[in-house]
Design a protein around this ligand. Sequence first.
Ligand code: AMP
Ligand code: MG
Length: 412
Amino acid sequence: MYTVFEAIQAVLQQVPVPQKEQVSLLQALHRVLVEDVFVPEESPAFPKALMDGFAVSVTTGLVHAGQLSEDSEPLRLRVVETIVAGQVPHREPNQNEAVRIMTGAPVPPNCGCVVPVEHVEFHEQDPEWVVIHRNQLVLGANILATGAIAHVGDPLMKAGTQLQPSHVGALAEFGISSVSVSKRPRVAVLATGNELVHFSRQPGAGCIRNSNQPMLAAQIQTANAIPQLLGIAKDSAESLKAGISAGLRADVLLLTGGVSAGILDLVPQQLEMAGVTQIFHGVLMKPGKPLWFGIRKDRGHVCLVFGLPGNPVSSLACFELFVRPALRRLSGLPGESVFHATLTEPFQVWGHRPVYQPVVLSQKCGTMLARPVPWSNSSDLKATVNANGMALLEPEHGPYGAGECVTVWPWN
Ligand code: AMP
Ligand code: MG
């Protein structure tokens, strides 16, 4: 039987390269770039005032930062123009002149600094004059030179970047209105089981609600993929066959239930009959041992197929451990993201399989903490509402002490 590590590697090996599409900037949040993006124009495109104040010519006796001016007499300069953002300057002030300028406005080409209005003597009643102390005349102060932020051809974002709001803003700043990103994977979900009814219905005798399907749809959404819910298949060859053939059109097909050793666990057999090649069946873990994984390639279309165990906590854990990395890879991201946390209390697990234990993850002074929550078995979904992640605890490790470091998977 595969270990979890072996099974994850086996899954990732089968993931095809992401498909790409061009999307507008307003659709680009959380999408993953498939191409490097370069700066298309100088930024800023003109020397820009960083403060509201007065632009002064380089001939007005500017000093370098840290130097003191030889002359201590304040300067009285004539204000020859006012420039607000969106305008262009028409005058270059001489050594006895200044230009009143607002933040974001283009600085006249011959100016060497902008002195903030807070540091000058200026009165609206006498707007033709400004008095400036010479120690304010520092070369380059409060001017962002042309190209100071970026030059044409500079790297802006690398392929593989997942776009955050700030990326979207930066792309807009440079006039890049659409980007080439990986396609969001389409993930079909087929629940299986004669006992299942839609979650909105009252189950009849011996039946239960289908909780896995909405839970998986939610997990798929947190992975920025597109869920396609295929309803419930009965534990019969005909019903499974129809559901599977619809599901294989997606990039990923998730089935829940029907992969264990029961007399109606027909999923592996029906998948193989539909042309899905089994990669593994069974993983050394708790919960989730019956997990089935295979792949179907049909004329260029690849579908990754996961037969998730029906027990809800198994299904939840298997998605996080195996499906999420596959979806990340399909989206152009690195497959796995590994986190570690410090156990807050002693804990021991039993048996011979590694346990993926529901925990509460929290932060304290930059350290992630993991507190195990009481949990009875893989059907105990209610216990998971008190948790926000899971921790790997190995029986052969023996008793864990408080303060030990464990690998954890935050749930989204
Ligand atoms: P199975 O893997 O089909 O043997 O199912 C294992 C257990 O999970 C059984 O108790 C099922 O009733 C339950 N189960 C299977 N599918 C679902 C589902 N979609 N939602 C909730 N429970 C399920
Ligand atoms: Mg079943």
